[in-house]
Design a protein around this ligand. Sequence first.
Ligand code: ADP
Length: 160
Amino acid sequence: MTRIAIYPGSFDPVTRGHEDIVRRSLQLADKLVVAVAVNLDKAPLFTLDERVNLLKTVFQDESRVEVRSFDGLLADFAREEGARIVIRGLRAFSDFDYESQMALMNRQLYPELETVFLVPALHLTYLSSSLVREVARLNGDVSTLVHPVVDQTLREKFSG
Ligand code: ADP
């Protein structure tokens, strides 16, 4: 049986923190679907296509990673994909409250779906897409925090 896991998020943009979680997930699952959420409360910096394409480039050498976008309920998308594991990253304790609510709601909607929380490498614990966007917007150096292709795309975004 192929163990399929799903890693949902905004990925606006993908950071070294997300990459760390993806690589750890591949030790638990045979195949990982990175699921880029269409619905966002705030307008994202990168379009859905840009976010998907950046992820595809970053993981182009990982044959077990598939990048997809999804609209609607994660529980429904997970069912369609045949996934029974949801991966989420836990950074600070402050992530826990929201994440546990989401996990319980997803279990309510899809009882066979287990949420697995993974902790990143210590030096990536304080990294978030929002911080990366903010620093890049102010012309700060984010080259150690994101893949080179993301760094380049951020520079282009903010140069005009
Ligand atoms: P969302 O809007 O769903 O939180 P994000 O793209 O911000 O989307 O995050 C997707 C997932 O990746 C979340 O589970 C988040 O906790 C996790 N994540 C983001 N950055 C890191 C990081 N530096 N280390 C570990 N997990 C992270």
